[in-house]
Design a protein around this ligand. Structure first.
Ligand code: CA
Length: 218
């Protein structure tokens, strides 16, 4: 089992890594930028997410992850103990919320519960023509062959394929890129769409004038 710990506090991070390593493989990062690149590069079984991080709020990143279709269980670990913080975290897509300080035994029990639940859930699969997407693995396939995409391309294509053949607005797609923390200007989306078309075939992504883009079932 492979865990990602996102925690900027040095002492707590060290202590948690030591605790978790007895039972799991653990990667520990201390900011959202590193968390983004780890999640893009590896498939984790559970993400343990602090909220107050030096480069942003964990809830915003969680929101972007869920919008992309990533279903990795996320357990928020936060000192924010107000009801509305907990509700917001869970509504944004966290699977559980543990208020700091907590007992190590409780953290381990909650991780085990998430892993059991994950093992029992079916994975939805999105298909448009020859293109398909497995959100859990964040993997796209063309004619059943895995294709490799940059995190930005993957993020855009995930939104498009979840809309089926319906058009998705430029704003919605740009939001995805903002969610990845990328510098976004007026050209960024076109550049990514161009790259996707080069890989998938021009006709597979149609420009819908005045709106944005849509996938075509080919
Ligand atoms: Ca923190």
């Amino acid at each position: 089992m492979y865990l990602l710990l996102v925690e900027d506090d040095l002492n707590l991070g060290n202590a948690l890594r030591k605790l978790l390593r007895k039972q799991f493989n653990v990667d520990w990062v201390r900011n959202l930028g590193s968390a983004r690149s780890r999640v893009a590069a590896a498939q984790y079984d559970v993400v343990l997410l602090d909220l107050g991080l030096p480069d942003g709020d964990g809830v915003q990143w969680l929101d972007a992850l869920r919008t992309e279709g990533c279903q990795t269980p996320v357990l928020i670990l936060s000192a924010r103990d107000r009801l509305d913080d907990r509700v917001k975290g869970l509504d944004t897509g966290a699977d559980d919320y543990l208020v700091k300080p907590f007992e190590p035994e409780e953290l381990l029990a909650r991780i085990r519960a998430l892993l059991r639940r994950k093992a029992g859930t079916a994975q939805p699969h999105f298909v448009v023509g020859a293109l398909s997407y497995a959100p859990e693995a964040q993997q796209f396939y063309l004619d059943d062959r895995p294709i490799s995409l940059s995190p930005q391309e993957r993020s855009i294509l995930a939104v498009l394929i979840q809309a089926g053949e319906k058009p998705v607005s430029r704003d919605r797609l740009l939001q995805q890129l903002y969610g990845l923390g990328e510098g976004v200007d007026s050209n960024t989306l076109e550049v990514r769409i161009h790259a996707l078309r080069r890989q998938l075939g021009r006709e597979r992504i149609e420009t819908v004038r005045g709106i944005g883009y849509r996938l075509v079932a080919l």
